[in-house]
Design a protein around this ligand. Structure first.
Ligand SMILES: [Zn+2]
Length: 148
């Protein structure tokens, strides 16, 4: 991993935690959908923020996402809709989805899901199969569960 010295002073430890998460997970393969790749890195970043005294900011952002962006969620934010449909909230929406998975299924199950998705093809059929294998639910059911 290379950090541009010009950007180092602007890159705080939360951003570095996010980027190092990508570096660590990238060895698993490139098949994981964008919502999981970014949501996982956001989950690590927000956990570190909570442990660093920013827990109120994290809670405020979660509340904002749950009242504004999450009710508008219709599909999991994959490549084509990651930036467009959810604008700058794509990262936050993906974080909420991953946090839901950790809360409901646990980190070990999420990691197993990530491993399987990362080594497969990033296509709708594979994603649906892997989700059903690990979580026993469809993508549509996951969207509905996150919105509850
Ligand atoms: Zn990222």
């Amino acid at each position: 991993m290379v950090i541009n010295p010009d950007g180092r002073l602007k890159a705080d430890r939360l951003l570095l935690a996010h980027e190092f998460t990508h570096a660590a997970m990238s060895t698993l393969g490139g098949g994981a959908p964008t919502w999981l790749v970014e949501g996982y890195a956001m989950y690590v970043e927000q956990r570190l923020a909570e442990q660093s005294g920013y827990d109120e900011d994290v809670a405020d952002w979660r509340d904002e996402l749950m009242s504004e962006a999450i009710p508008k969620l219709t599909v999991l934010p994959i490549d084509g809709v990651f930036h467009g449909e959810y604008d700058e909230e794509s990262y936050g929406v993906s974080w909420i989805i991953v946090e839901h998975l950790v809360t409901k299924y646990g980190l070990a199950k999420l990691n197993a899901l990530y491993v399987d998705l990362a080594r497969g093809d990033d296509g709708p059929v594979v994603r649906e199969q892997v989700l059903r294998k690990h979580l026993k639910i469809s993508e549509a059911a996951l969207v509905a569960a996150v919105k509850k």
